[in-house]
Design a protein around this ligand. Structure first.
Ligand SMILES: CC(=O)SCCNC(=O)CCNC(=O)[C@H](O)C(C)(C)COP(=O)(O)OP(=O)(O)OC[C@H]1O[C@@H](n2cnc3c(N)ncnc32)[C@H](O)[C@@H]1OP(=O)(O)O
Ligand SMILES: O=C([O-])CC(=O)C(=O)O
Length: 371
C-alpha cells in the first residue's frame, strides 16, 4: 500500500485505538459505554454511577456509590493558596485557559506523580474529579472578583458543582438536569480531546499532562467550545425571526454554524442532543421560557431543511445551561469537568496497554535542495 492511499485528512474514519470504554454505533444509534447505552444510563442513573462504571468497569452497588462519593468529598479542597494563582492572571483570561493552568498546577502537588500503576492512576482520577469542579467554579469567581464558594459536602456531587458556580443551592430539579448534562458529556469514544490525552499518555507522560493537553483541545469551537458559541448565537438572534435571519446570513457567508454537524454522526441526530432537547423543553416550561425552546427548534428545522445537518449535543446543552443561570464562559469548562472521568479512563487504559503514537506523513514539500 502506498502512503498516499492510506492518508485520511483529519484521520477521518481511521481506527486509532482498541478500547473497552466506549463506542459510537451510528447504525444502531447507540452510544455504548462499557456495554450499556449512554442514553438509557442518563435516563435511569446518575453521574456518579457512570463515574463508577467508567473507572471500575461496573455500575456501583449502593455501598460502593456511597464510598465513591465520600472519597470525592474528602478530596474537594484545593491545596492551600491554590486559588491565589488566578489573581495573577489577566481579568480577561477565558475560564478554559484558567482551567488548563489549574490542572497543570495540580500535577505539581501530587507526590505520586510518576506512578501510573492502575490503582495510583485511579486515585489521581478521584482527585481530579473532586477538584476540577472546584477549580472551574472558583477560578471563575477569583477572575471576576466574586467570592469563592466553599464546597458544600451536604449536597450531592453535581448539585454541589452547580452550587459552587451560581452561589445558590439548586432545586432538586435543577440539580437533576445538571446531573443529566454531566452524564451525556461524560464520555464519547475518540473525540479530538481524548485522542490528545491518549497521544500524550503514550509517551509515558503523567495523567495531569495528558489532561492539560485535553483542555487545550476541548477549548476549540469545532469541539467543546461550540457550546458557548451556540449561546452567543441564540442571544444574538433574540427571536425566532432574528435567529432564522442570522442562520441564513451565516450560511450565505459559508460560515460553520455552531452546534450542528458531527464527524461521526454526520447527517444524523446526535442521540445526546435529543435527550438535552427534552430537558430544555421541560426546563423552559418550568421557567416560562418556551420562546427559547421554540427558537432552538426553529433553528434545528432550518438547518435540516437548508443543509441536511442535525444538532449535536452542544446545541441543546447551551440553552439548558442558560436556564440554569450558568455564566456562558463556563459552558465549555463544565463540558470538560464532565468529561474528566472519560479522559481519565482512557489514560488508564492507554498506560495499561501502551504503544507510542507516532504516525507518518504524506510529504508534499521540495527535495534535493542544498544550503
Ligand atoms: C460535543 C462536540 O464537541 S460536537 C462538535 C461541536 N462543534 C460544532 O458544533 C462546530 C460546528 N460543526 C462543525 O464544524 C463540523 O460539523 C465538525 C467539526 C463538528 C465536523 O466536521 P467534519 O467531519 O470535519 O466535517 P466538515 O467540516 O468537513 O464538513 C463536511 C461538510 O458539511 C458542512 N458542515 C459541517 N458542519 C457544518 C456546520 N456546522 N455548519 C455549516 N456547514 C457544516 C461543511 O461545510 C462541509 O460542506 P462541503 O462538503 O459542502 O464543504
Ligand atoms: O465525538 C466528538 O468528536 C465530539 C463530541 O461529540 C464529544 O466529544 O462529545
Amino acid at each position: 500500500m502506498t502512503q498516499q492511499s492510506t492518508f485520511k485528512p483529519g484521520l477521518d474514519g481511521v481506527i486509532a485505538a482498541e478500547t473497552g470504554i466506549s463506542y459510537l454505533d451510528v447504525e444502531q444509534e447507540e452510544i455504548v459505554i462499557r456495554g450499556y447505552d449512554l442514553i438509557e444510563l442518563s435516563e435511569k442513573k446518575q453521574y456518579l454511577d457512570l463515574v463508577h462504571l467508567l473507572l471500575h468497569d461496573a455500575l456501583p452497588q449502593q455501598d460502593e456509590r456511597v464510598t465513591l462519593e465520600n472519597k470525592l468529598k474528602a478530596e474537594y479542597a484545593l491545596p492551600q493558596g491554590f486559588l491565589d494563582i488566578f489573581k495573577q492572571l489577566p481579568k480577561a483570561t477565558h475560564p478554559m485557559d484558567a482551567l488548563r493552568t489549574g490542572i497543570s498546577m495540580l500535577g505539581g502537588y501530587d507526590d505520586d506523580l510518576n506512578n501510573w500503576d492502575k490503582e495510583s492512576t485511579e486515585d489521581k482520577a478521584i482527585r481530579l474529579l473532586a477538584k476540577i469542579p472546584n477549580i472551574v467554579a472558583n477560578s471563575y469567581h477569583v477572575l471576576n472578583g466574586t467570592k469563592p464558594v466553599t464546597p458544600n459536602e451536604d449536597l450531592p456531587y453535581s448539585a454541589n458543582f452547580l452550587y459552587m458556580i451560581t452561589g445558590k443551592e439548586p432545586t432538586k430539579q435543577e440539580a437533576a438536569y445538571f446531573d443529566q448534562s454531566l452524564m451525556v458529556y461524560s464520555e464519547h469514544e475518540m473525540p479530538n480531546s481524548t485522542f490528545t490525552a491518549r497521544v500524550i499518555a503514550s509517551t509515558n507522560a503523567d495523567i495531569y499532562g495528558a489532561l492539560t493537553g485535553a483542555v487545550a483541545s476541548l477549548k476549540g469551537n469545532l469541539h467543546g467550545g461550540a457550546n458557548e458559541a451556540v449561546m452567543y448565537m441564540l442571544l444574538e438572534g433574540k427571536t425566532i425571526d432574528g435567529f432564522q435571519h442570522l442562520l441564513y446570513e451565516k450560511l450565505k457567508n459559508k460560515e460553520k454554524i455552531m452546534g450542528f454537524g458531527h464527524r461521526v454522526y454526520m447527517k444524523k441526530m446526535d442521540p445526546r442532543a435529543l435527550l438535552m432537547k427534552e430537558a430544555l423543553k421541560e426546563l423552559a416550561e418550568e421557567k416560562d421560557r418556551m420562546d427559547l425552546y421554540e427558537m432552538c427548534d426553529a433553528g434545528e428545522t432550518l438547518m435540516r431543511e437548508e443543509k441536511g445537518l442535525y444538532p449535536n449535543l452542544d446545541y441543546y446543552a447551551a440553552p439548558v445551561y442558560y436556564l440554569l443561570d450558568i455564566p456562558i464562559d463556563l459552558y465549555t469548562p463544565i463540558f470538560y469537568a464532565a468529561r474528566t472521568v472519560g479522559l481519565c479512563s482512557h489514560v488508564v487504559e492507554q498506560h495499561a496497554n501502551n504503544r507510542l503514537f507516532r504516525p507518518r506523513v504524506q510529504y508534499n514539500g521540495p527535495r534535493g535542495l542544498h544550503p
